[in-house]
Design a protein. Structure first.
Length: 452
């Protein structure tokens, strides 16, 4: 989400048992980028950082025990509730949506399992609709059953389990399954299984009154109810660290660690809503935790990626590589559809992979400076043909960057061998939130009749 230019950047140290170098690096980073956030970092039981950075508005500063909207970090709590229900034999990870919820008799519900939903392998679209105002997801009793059971038949992007694509809708369906199988609303289930047993005082669900005020100057109103189990939870740095450490001590959780943390046992979650930007890194094998929460939001979300790199480099955990044709990018699944240019890139990537020249042009034309693109440019057809090449053309990721004085967002695609191609959407100098030109960067490949 596009947030503030900024509120100020007076770093305020609240508490520290710290390693001064890392503390100083983060403070310098916050001041240079003009961003504000609270950060908790620990490694091998030692607290390295416990501080707020960049806040000028001290009255509304985030503290360790301040509850804030989690955005997509909410999915961690949904995941915990799902594996708890599986452990308690209330659901089965490898059974279908329809098996759990026979009132949702749809072809997609008969094809998709709970595990597919958890692992973003369902093939479902990212969102049900472009607008959250088109429907009412949760009724006054806190239940989503009526709405979820009215879902239409949905087309899948791929056969479930054969690919991966980010989907908030998948996590809505997990919430619905939890409600049906436990007989409880998500609020009641969260209280029963997580907040009461683990004494999480600042964690809750769909309750704006408990959340720290956003200091962003954005005007978009957040209807947190419509985020449901994909982004409707709130919590604090203190509670997030507590639940992660509690789970590591739970014998019942051991079989689920790889499912939640991934094969490399490195859990990384990023989340953003208007006025809120968050990051959670948890590497249990290295006894490392880093939590960053912001109630100001980051205008440039790449700042969070850069902060991640800084933290991991300073703690000796960074594994990124550079050189040759290797470029550090973020997965397309992290594009935020509440930011106009990123929403356009989501649609553009879908058009690229569908080989649809017209949609490639129209998705870009929505956000580019008016008149800057030529509808009849032969490049659109050339781009559409890339997906049909035999080299297994596929999306690699995106990044925000500055190059030769030009700022913009860049998308990269790869194929077998060394061939890659990048597309640099260059922001206008007069309208800096809008692209006005595109620089195409083929590497070790043929494009439009030329070899590069």
């Amino acid at each position: 989400m596009k947030q503030t230019k900024h509120i100020g950047f007076l770093a305020l140290l609240l508490f520290s048992c710290t390693e001064p170098t890392l503390e100083t690096e983060i403070r310098d980073f916050a001041e240079e980028r003009e961003i504000s956030f609270y950060s908790h970092i620990e490694k091998s039981t030692e607290t390295l950082v416990e501080s707020a950075f960049g806040y000028a508005d001290k009255e509304n500063i985030l503290l360790k025990d301040s509850a804030t909207n989690l955005a997509s970090l909410s999915k961690l709590f949904t995941q915990i509730l799902v594996v708890q229900a599986d452990y308690d034999s209330l659901l089965d990870l490898d059974s279908t949506i329809y098996w759990h919820c026979p009132n949702l008799d749809r072809e997609f519900a008969r094809a998709i399992t709970v595990r597919h939903l958890l692992e973003m392998q369902s093939g479902l679209p990212r969102e049900l609709s472009d607008s959250f105002s088109d429907f009412r997801l949760v009724d006054p009793t806190g239940s989503s059953n009526t709405f979820m059971e009215s879902l239409p038949e949905l087309d899948l992007q791929f056969v479930p389990g054969t690919d991966e694509a980010y989907s908030n809708l998948s996590y809505w369906l997990l919430g619905y399954i939890l409600e049906v199988r436990t007989g409880l609303t998500i609020d009641s289930l969260l209280s029963k299984e997580i907040t009461r047993p683990y004494q999480l005082q600042q964690t809750g669900y769909l309750n704006k009154s408990k959340v720290a005020k956003s200091l962003s100057n954005q005007t978009e109103e957040i209807d947190i109810i419509q985020r449901y189990t994909s982004g409707g939870f709130h919590s604090s740095v203190n509670d997030l660290a507590k639940i992660l450490h509690h789970l590591e001590k739970e014998a019942w959780f051991l079989p689920y660690r790889e499912l939640i943390y991934g094969e490399d046992m490195r859990l990384e979650i990023f989340g953003s809503l208007p006025g809120y930007t968050n990051m959670l890194l948890f590497y249990p094998e290295e006894s490392f935790t880093a939590i960053v929460l912001s109630n100001t939001g980051f205008e440039d979300l790449d700042n969070m990626s850069d902060l991640r790199t800084l933290i991991l480099q300073s703690t000796g955990l960074y594994s990124g590589k550079s050189g040759g044709n290797k470029i550090k990018v973020r997965p397309f699944s992290e594009l935020n559809d509440s930011i106009d240019v990123e929403a356009a890139m989501i649609q553009w990537n879908e058009a690229m992979m569908a080989g649809d020249a017209r949609s490639i042009y129209t998705s870009m034309n929505k956000v580019f400076v008016e008149g800057s693109l030529d509808e009849n440019d032969p490049a659109w057809e050339a781009l559409a043909e890339l997906v049909d090449r035999p080299e297994k053309f596929q999306p690699a990721g995106f990044l925000y960057k500055e190059e030769s004085g030009m700022k913009g967002i860049e998308a990269w695609y790869s194929s077998e061998g060394e061939a890659v191609i990048g597309f640099f959407w260059i922001f206008s100098r007069t309208e800096p939130t809008l692209p006005e030109d595109i620089l195409i960067k083929p590497v070790d490949m043929e494009f439009m009749g030329e070899n590069y």
